[in-house]
Ligand binder design. Structure first.
Ligand SMILES: *Cc1c(COP(=O)(O)O)cnc(C)c1O
Length: 476
């Protein structure tokens, strides 16, 4: 069909294409539990299906969409299943998916409040709701970005701006050449994305001052004091709310006051764990997190927003805007706030809208119940695993993450890998692989809005069954 005639509104085949997309999307989601928990095709086969030269002639969009859905199906892992426990992946809440469909259809370039007031207001409101839920300062600047890595990077840009501004150095104009050196203090179990963020910001991934951590990857407050003591301003401190394997939290209430006494900027990588601060019974585990200067979090993890969505929050909005706004010298009091002032993109999708819809669907209580349930379910699966001879839970279960080791001694790594291989082959549940504290682990992350008690019980049973099989195989 291609580009032939221009008509008002939608052509019949375009209407059909949009309908087919919705129907297939619904069918996909309704059938997710019937899907095998493994892939039928690999990247080579997928490239075989989708690769090749672009045809000279176009086709009807409805045919294209039908074919796309048919051909992709075998190469889609069931990340939206309640029995998907891998990679700390939220599972695209249907309310968010529905809102995301509207966002695409509206086609707003959500850069400026003046031209796209509806999406700007929705995002601004969602941002305020989240500050309230997360217990963070209510006048903070909030930017909607694509995920945790970018949120960390934007947060570090804001920190860099503020720290050098205090030294009388305009980093946005002059760059880092000749600038006062920023010392970076970081826990030795920080997430890899933080190092990427340091690289993006010209601060170097290898010139950090590392602080020792405990068995759950949490910064040791004493060692933090030792590391920061000889340093002088400007200092950037990066802490973590939710370790990828243990969901451990750094001792914010002990270290942030020490950092602030040195005039340091404290950035929190809270990709998923920060959401536990929304639950009053759980928030003591994050005591003091609200004292920091900036926080990054993912929306596509614990909020279950569709990919890709994350949040950067800066207590002082000014350095965030100074580092991100494309207006040469940003003055926050001039003109209205624009969504693009707090994110890297100028032209941008209104990616905060799905989160607004999810929050409104869950309500405050629904969100809290979901996060609290996930933590209870993680504790439940950990208790079942621990009761099985030969299986060990390596972490204290601080939240929703469980790190499991199979067997002990020399062949433990091999047994852990083999157990996971069997679990994946059976395909009923999908935990992920990890490597932590010098050994192979099976990691369970309870984070899907749809996960219930039965799902985690199946996960525990699948791992125990596989472990017995692996163990038997070893003795045969
Ligand atoms: C997932 C994660 C990130 C990175 O987030 P992306 O959305 O994948 O970019 C950063 N830090 C922690 C602790 C994470 O769990």
């Amino acid at each position: 069909m291609g580009f032939n005639n221009v008509s008002q509104g939608l052509k019949p085949e375009e209407v059909e294409a949009m309908k087919v997309a919705c129907e297939r999307a619904i069918a996909y989601r309704q059938g997710v539990l019937d899907r095998p928990g493994k892939l039928d095709i690999d990247i080579t086969e997928a490239l075989h299906r989708f690769g090749g030269a672009l045809p000279e002639e176009g086709r009807d969009p409805d045919t294209v969409i039908k074919e796309l859905a048919d051909q992709a199906d075998a190469g889609l892992l069931h990340l939206t299943s309640p029995r998907w426990f891998a990679y700390v992946a939220g599972s695209s809440h249907p309310a968010g998916v529905a809102a995301d469909t509207l966002v695409s259809a509206w086609g707003q370039n959500a850069a400026m409040a003046e031209t796209t007031p509806a999406t700007a207001a929705i995002e601004q409101t969602a941002g305020k709701w989240m500050l309230d839920l997360l217990g963070l300062p209510k006048d903070s600047g909030v930017g909607f970005v694509t995920g945790g890595t970018v949120a960390n990077s934007v947060g570090i840009s804001a920190a860099r701006n503020a720290l050098l501004h205090r030294e009388g150095w305009d980093v946005e104009a002059k760059g880092l050449f000749g600038a006062p050196e920023i010392s970076v203090v970081i826990g030795d179990e920080a997430h890899s994305s933080v190092y990427a963020a340091l690289r993006y910001n010209g601060l170097g991934a290898e010139r950090v001052h590392k602080v020792a951590t405990d068995d759950d990857g949490r910064i040791l407050a004493d060692d933090f004091e030792r590391v920061i003591a000889p340093l002088s301003a400007p200092i950037l401190v990066i802490v973590q709310a939710g370790h990828i394997n243990s969901c451990g939290f750094d001792p914010f209430d002990k270290i942030i006051p020490v950092a602030h006494a040195k005039n340091a900027w404290v950035h929190v990588d809270g990709a998923f764990g920060l959401w536990m601060n929304s639950v009053p019974e759980l928030s003591p585990r994050l005591a003091g997190v609200e004292l920091a200067d900036s926080w990054s979090t993912d929306l596509h993890k614990w909020l279950n927003a569709p990919y890709d969505a994350g949040l950067i929050i800066s207590k002082d909005p000014v350095p965030l805007a100074r580092s991100m706004s494309e207006r040469a010298s940003y003055l926050p009091e001039v003109g209205a706030w624009d969504p693009s002032d707090y994110a890297m993109e100028l032209s941008r999708r209104a990616r905060g809208v799905p989160s607004y819809a999810i929050l409104k669907t869950l309500g405050k209580s629904g969100l809290r119940e979901m996060v609290a349930l996930h933590c209870r379910l993680a504790a439940r699966v950990a208790a079942t695993i621990e009761a099985e001879p030969g299986l060990t839970v390596l972490n204290e279960v601080h939240g929703n993450q469980v790190a499991i080791r199979c067997g002990s001694g020399r062949d433990s790594d091999e047994m852990t890998r083999e157990t996971l291989r069997i679990v994946h082959q059976e395909g009923d549940v999908y935990p992920s692989h990890g490597f932590w504290r010098g050994c192979e682990i099976i990691r369970i992350s309870v984070i899907s809005y749809a996960t219930q008690e039965d799902d985690v019980d199946r996960a525990a049973k699948a791992i125990i069954r596989a472990w017995k099989k692996a163990n038997k195989g070893r003795h045969d």
